[in-house]
Design a protein around this ligand. Structure first.
Ligand code: PLP
Length: 368
């Protein structure tokens, strides 16, 4: 098999399986300060604003080198004044905990409200905390990739607006796959990355922000390379210029991925495809004997956690290898209290792939 052929489909939450055409456009080299390249950056910047906030001129965007976490750290470390403000961090999984870790390492004045890895975010709990102390910022995860749980950002956004908080959402694993309306939901900063639901390759993250909120954070950053405002200001005033070396091939691939999202019929249609994948996966896996960790009403269409079979001979790595040999790569579990594994539904994955996966899983159950 040539190196350019994929021996298996990635059923992971990113990097994920991308189209041949997304990979093909990476064969050309680009000059980072040339107009040809900077135009691509500008097209991307306006396309992602459009996807998150429609044609509103009140929103803007910025791209940031690194994996998604770099963009999260860039936002958290750039939005709070140096000696005032208080951040409320909501957590119900590993990615929520990561927001807390970043806040603590940056020595931010913050409080973490944690419902545990399988707990739901409860809006009433959030309001109670907000009543008890004066907060200025609130950060949370949209789709908690740890379990696949979809958090109620719309409801929390309402609360954030009521308390006039700067609302930051880690929409890493949902943006592009689940419709989001920043304006209506009162989101100030929305973070995602190239290699998730837009179906690009890894190498940078991005932030869509309310223009006014972005303008207000000048000079707040705690890191030079992750200074969100400075990165934005340069891109904004120098027509798509990055401050430091940018992942040119990845950026070019991302524009192709955006084009393909459009060809698919936009976020609505992609959301439907992922939802169909997820429903079909759960139905098929239940039929062959697996159980999901979460209630159906809590599931996102992005990724699903299954409990490991309660059998002395079951071993994840063995099951994984059996499936891999049949063309599918799944994901280990990340919930500490449960023995489980995860299957992603995003990327170049279609209904027919899910049928084949269920068949392959059935044939890989060596312990039954
Ligand atoms: C993937 C992901 C991230 C970022 O992870 P990286 O490995 O840094 O790209 C952050 N939050 C959520 C919810 C994610 O799914």
């Amino acid at each position: 098999m040539p190196e350019s052929e994929n021996p298996y489909l990635l059923l992971t939450p990113g990097p994920l399986s991308t189209s041949r055409t997304v990979k093909d456009v990476m064969l050309r080299d680009w000059c980072t300060w040339d107009d040809d390249y900077n135009q691509i950056v500008q097209q991307i910047r306006s396309a992602i604003v459009n996807l998150a906030a429609g044609s509103s001129a009140e929103y803007t965007s910025v791209l940031m080198q690194g994996s998604g976490t770099f963009s999260v750290e860039s936002v958290i470390g750039s939005v709070m004044p140096k000696d005032s403000g208080k951040l409320l961090v909501l957590a119900n999984g590993a990615y929520g905990k990561r927001l807390a870790t970043i806040s603590s390492m940056l020595h931010l004045n913050h409080l973490v409200l944690d419902w545990g890895d399988t707990g739901e975010v409860i809006p009433e709990d959030v309001e109670r905390i907000l009543e008890s102390d004066s907060f200025t910022h609130l950060v949370m995860v949209h789709c908690e990739t740890t379990t696949g749980m979809l958090n109620p950002i719309e409801q929390i956004g309402e609360i954030a607006q009521k308390y006039a908080l700067c609302f930051i959402v880690d929409a890493m694993s949902s943006f592009g796959g689940i419709p989001i309306d920043m304006e209506q939901w009162g989101i100030d900063f929305l973070i995602s990355s190239a290699n998730k639901c837009i179906q690009g390759v890894p190498g940078f993250g991005f932030v869509v922000a309310k223009r006014e909120s972005m303008e207000n954070i000048k000079g707040f950053a705690r890191s030079h390379s992750l200074d969100l405002h400075d990165q934005w200001k340069t891109m904004e005033t120098a027509n798509g210029k990055w401050r430091f070396t940018s992942p040119t091939h990845v950026v070019r691939a991302f524009r192709q991925a955006l084009l393909e999202l459009d060809e698919e019929g936009g976020i609505e249609n992609r959301h439907q495809r992922y939802t169909q994948n997820q429903k079909q996966l759960v139905a098929g896996f239940r039929k062959i004997g697996f159980q999901t960790l979460l209630d159906d009403r809590l599931h996102s269409p992005i990724i699903t956690t299954f409990l490991s079979p309660d059998h002395p001979e079951y071993d994840f790595k063995k099951f994984y290898n059996h499936l891999k040999a049949r063309g599918f790569v799944i994901y280990p579990g990340k919930v500490t209290e449960y023995n489980c594994f995860r299957v992603g539904n995003i990327g170049e994955v279609y209904s027919t792939d899910i049928d084949k996966l269920v068949e392959a899983a059935s044939a890989s159950m060596y312990w039954v």
